[in-house]
Design a protein around this ligand. Structure first.
Ligand code: 6LW
Length: 502
């Protein structure tokens, strides 16, 4: 991250685009840190740093060692890592998270949020998902979970004390969840999400004079929702609050950007947005929440740019790269052929839970990706993945490339062509679709090959709606990357480039 502030500040939402849901944020001095859910992907829990709340640089992943996160092949997609809470207390960073299908609630700590983070301490007495940590004035730690219930916790041992107590259930919306508890002025505030993480999502708040309640709901709940509106940012909820050094308050939250005809499809997953907060009569007034952010009153510090090309010259992969469930070095390494990423197949296709895949989140509505693949010793390719049952790819085996679509239970090779033996550049261009009518989808994905002078020839163009959350279900978003389906495959480089959106 540059130390030089940008002279002018235009800022836009989402502040962390792409599949980055359930943001939890804390500030230490002039530095903000933020974490997100990561579900079936390894490494887990991306960790971001910012000095201005607007520009975020990924500085690591909290769970980046197999000793911290083991997601067995049986763990379904959209299980795994749910909804972490990040807090700074007593000179340490504390992170509590639920590993659904793989260990329940655990706590990890670090002195530097870039890592290393500790091995997980299990907290088996924590009674649900979306755990929060808050310490009261005498140092007692309260853990509050979806429902909304609360239990006293020793976060160093994971031991809980007494029976969990139901402390609030929101205003009647479904799925009261994502609680965060804060001492602000004279009150303890209990922020929650309710209405479900789909179009009905919203944020409600209650307050009390102790961290255990009783809690009085805000008369203006929900304090934020975009349900039943035609605003471009939808599904707004799962929020966390943070105060800037100048005393102003801000909310980070998840939202989505549906496009196309009805019902609207979002393809990048749930993204992290930022909204200003004012306090009126002891209650937060949130917004506006728009794609153009009101310019903050402080200088903006550009995020460290992720280069558009990764040529795999580094021994360690950049923290943006994620794999499905696990990434053992014998199946994924940059150390075998210098300057290349080598993948060795396990599962025979991306339909399998043990597929060997290395990808990055699609973060832009309009973008393209290219990779130079050497398939001499196997079969592999370039894929856009939502889960095992929803992915498109272009695959190379010696002398041939093929475009494959997997949508639900249907798998089909939709195009193929012979290519000269040897390395080949595979590509995908993702472009918006002008809705042809009320049923029109959000975008189109063209898969093809690029020749030596950079000319891209599409073999097939596929509709994007089938790689959307509205079709596939679940909690994630598109990830674009490389995979091996048979033998050993080498990738010389991977390019990801946002394109102008109009
Ligand atoms: C998470 C819950 C939610 O646990 O979705 O939108 C669930 N909020 O709080 C998965 O991200």
């Amino acid at each position: 991250m540059s130390d030089q502030p940008q002279p002018t500040g235009t800022a836009s939402n989402p502040v962390i685009p792409g599949f980055h849901p359930d943001p939890s944020v804390c500030r230490v001095g002039d530095d903000y840190y933020l974490v997100c859910s990561s579900f079936e992907y390894f490494p887990g829990i991306p960790v971001f740093h910012s000095r201005d709340l607007v520009n975020w640089t990924q500085i690591g992943n909290a769970l980046d060692r197999p000793s911290q996160l083991h997601l067995a092949p049986e763990v379904p997609s959209s299980a795994g890592i749910y909804a972490p809470t990040l807090r700074h207390h007593d000179g340490r960073f504390w992170l509590i998270v639920t590993i659904v299908g793989g260990g329940g609630n655990v706590i990890v700590t670090a002195t530097d949020p870039a890592g290393p983070w500790s091995d997980p301490v299990p907290a088996p007495g924590v009674p649900g998902i979306d755990p929060d940590l808050a310490w009261d004035e005498d140092g007692t730690c309260w853990c509050t979970v979806a429902g909304v219930s609360q239990v006293r916790l020793d976060p160093t041992t994971g031991e809980t004390f007494g029976e969990p107590r139901r402390i609030w259930s929101g205003t009647g919306g479904k799925a009261p969840e994502a609680p965060h508890l804060y001492r602000i002025g004279a009150y303890w505030y209990l922020l929650i999400a309710e209405g479900g993480t789909e179009r009905g999502h919203g944020v409600s708040i209650a307050r009390g004079s102790t961290p255990t309640g009783p809690f009085e709901p805000c008369p203006d709940n929900p304090v934020l929702t975009h349900r039943s509106t035609d605003r471009p940012i939808q599904n707004t909820g799962h929020a966390d609050l943070v105060q800037a050094p100048d005393g102003s308050w801000w909310m980070v939250l998840l939202g989505v950007r549906p496009r196309g005809g009805t019902p609207g499809w979002h393809v990048l997953g749930r993204e992290t947005f930022l909204a200003p907060v004012e306090w009126v009569d002891g209650w937060p007034v949130v917004g506006p929440l728009t794609t153009e952010l009101p310019t903050p009153a402080w200088p903006l510090y550009p995020a460290a740019a992720v280069p558009s090309r990764d040529d795999f010259e580094q021994a360690e992969l950049h923290p943006q790269w994620i794999s499905v469930r696990e990434r053992p070095e014998q199946l994924c390494t940059t150390k075998e052929r210098s300057g290349w990423l080598t993948l060795r197949a396990a599962g025979a296709s991306l339909d399998e839970n043990d597929a060997v895949f290395v990808g990055r989140r699609q973060q832009h509505l309009v973008c393209r990706a290219r990779t130079l693949i050497d398939p001499a010793d196997g079969r592999g390719g370039l894929a856009v993945r939502l889960d095992e049952e929803h992915h498109y790819e272009i695959e190379a085996a010696d002398g041939r490339v093929a475009v494959i679509a997997r949508i639900g239970s249907v798998r089909a090779e939709v195009a193929s062509r012979p290519v000269p033996p040897g390395p080949v550049v595979l590509g995908v261009d993702i472009d918006p679709l002008t809705p042809r009518d009320a049923r029109g989808g959000p975008d189109a994905l063209s898969f093809g090959i690029e020749d030596a002078d950079g000319t891209f020839t599409a073999l097939a163009t596929l509709e994007g709606r089938y790689l959307s959350t509205e079709v596939a279900g679940g909690f994630t978003g598109r990830v674009i990357g490389m995979y091996a389906a048979a033998g050993t495959i080498h990738f010389d480089r991977f390019d990801y480039e946002p394109q102008p959106s109009s």
